[in-house]
Ligand binder design. Structure first.
Ligand code: ZN
Ligand code: ZN
Length: 487
């Protein structure tokens, strides 16, 4: 009955009469998967891993000394956890530096505001800028505004984010952060302030990328400003200085504007691009006993933004997938194919690690049979989605059935496997998503408040149980899982 509920979307009564298809996995393989799952629930070791990363490394923004320390940490951890082979693959990226940053209201009621510059923000001139604020409730309102209403002013976009379990509120609003400076700059603004992309009401601003690099190729104006890295990629700073106010500070600025008198601010952002950085994807492999050159990829990203210690974003994902690999490493024999755990480099500033990996493995569609990333915090997994062809679907369903006792429902077959899986999925690698409850994820995301105390060890164990069973079954499957044919 339990299996039945998991596999049917029709009401339970109708479902009760439908035959449950037999699992395509042999009984001993299912038994091993169940054992991996149940052992992880008793204590997976993932919490110890994320505790070590957030304590011994801490914040690790790409290009910092701590980022290099994180690479050494990951290399040593993989070895200590029993992985057969550890490889470093180089990644280059534009290096951005954060220095002093401040905002204060000069009139009508002088006071300080709490803010963080957005990644790739350009800097203000030395001494800062002083200008009047013009407020917009949404990015669309800014886009529709006449240039004259914006010229020379500090644009403030006060759009609020919706809290949702699946994080769906983020996708609806993140363009405010990635494109606000571009639109404001084109209208002649002096700078842009946004309300933090976050669901909390703490006085912690949320940083994040302030420019959408993917647009450069399509946009002649951005192309004119672009610099080229040694790997050929184009990078720009934001068109005007850009920062995020904490939610309570944005509320305060809303109220100040509502008083109806001109609101004048002073803004200092000593930030900017400082050349090219180099780091590494750190790769731990359990080498497959029959098909060593075919891979199931799981992982999380090793870098973080700089204000917190990167516990939920994404120390948790690194720890969950490392611990899942370590559990599989303890089995009496290796699965048929290789299980590859990747601590991805520089996800935060534009998927630089994932893009370098896709470039280095152009044959991934034939050598990679599954890919999933854990990059949504440390909440319980509640849903399992696949993105496979018709012949592989019974295998994905059977994996879903093994996860069902973890209170994980079988979702659909349109998975996107996490940000760093995107470039692999484009190459034709089957993506899987182990969807976590992210109800409180955006309370802490990219803030100084993203720290270890937000993580519950038992929740991590449930995540490890799911990743270990999933990765083992995908690697052990006699059938080679494939993605849907691309149109
Ligand atoms: Zn992340
Ligand atoms: Zn992030």
């Amino acid at each position: 009955m339990r299996l039945c509920v998991a596999m049917c979307l029709v009401p339970v009564l109708a479902c009760a009469q439908a035959p449950v298809p037999p699992s395509p996995f042999p009984e001993p393989v299912l038994a091993t998967a169940a054992q991996l799952r149940d052992h992880a629930l008793e204590g997976s070791g993932a919490y110890t891993i994320v505790e070590s990363l957030t304590t011994e490394v801490g914040a690790r923004m790409a290009g910092t000394e701590a980022d290099a320390r994180a690479v050494r940490w990951a290399e040593a951890r993989f070895k200590a956890l029993g992985f057969d082979r550890v490889t470093l693959e180089p990644v280059v990226f534009p290096m951005w530096r954060r220095g002093a940053e401040s905002a204060e209201v000069l009139s009508p009621a002088p006071q300080k505001l709490s803010l963080l510059a957005l990644g790739f923000s350009s800097g203000t001139p030395k001494g800062g800028i002083e200008a009047e604020v013009v407020r917009f409730a949404t990015l669309d309102e800014l886009k529709a505004a006449p240039d004259a209403s914006v010229r020379g002013k500090i644009v403030f976009v006060s759009q609020t984010m919706e809290r949702r379990r699946d994080g769906g509120g983020y996708g609806k609003i993140v363009s405010v952060r990635g494109q606000g400076a571009e639109f404001a700059g084109r209208k002649g603004a002096a700078a842009v302030l946004i309300r933090s992309i976050g669901t909390d009401s703490d006085r912690f601003p949320h940083t994040g990328g302030g420019v959408y690099m993917g647009q450069i190729a399509l946009d002649p104006d951005m192309r004119k400003r672009a610099k080229t890295l040694s790997d050929g990629s184009l990078v720009v700073e934001t068109r005007v200085p850009a920062a995020a106010l904490s939610n309570p500070d944005a509320d305060q600025l809303d109220r100040l504007v509502a008083l109806g008198q001109p609101v004048k601010l002073k803004l200092v952002l000593d930030v900017g691009l400082v050349g090219e950085g180099r780091t590494f994807n750190v790769i731990g492999d359990l080498i497959g006993r029959e098909q060593p050159d075919e891979f199931v990829v799981i992982g999380g990203h090793l870098d973080s933004w700089d204000p917190g210690t990167g516990a939920i974003d994404d120390g948790a994902g690194v720890a969950i997938t490392m611990a899942a690999g370590a559990a599989i490493a303890k089995l009496p024999e290796r699965p048929r194919r290789s299980v590859r755990v990747i601590a991805w480099a520089n996800e935060e500033q534009g998927l630089y690690g994932a893009q370098a990996y896709a470039k280095a493995h152009p044959d991934a569609a034939t050598t990679h049979v599954a890919a999933a990333e854990s990059d949504f915090g440390a909440g319980l997994i509640y849903r399992f989605d696949s993105n496979v062809d018709a012949a592989s679907l019974p295998y994905a369903d059977a994996i879903g059935s093994v996860l069902y006792p973890l209170d994980i429902e079988r979702g659909g077959n349109a998975a996107r496997g996490g940000p760093d899986v995107g470039p692999l999925q484009k190459l034709g690698v089957p993506a899987f998503s182990l969807g976590q409850d992210g109800s409180d994820y955006f309370d802490y995301h990219h803030t100084a408040n993203d720290t270890l105390d937000k993580i519950d060890a038992k929740n991590l164990d449930q995540n490890v149980a799911a990743y270990a069973a999933f990765a083992y079954l995908a690697a052990e499957s006699e059938h080679k899982i494939a993605a849907p044919k691309q149109p």
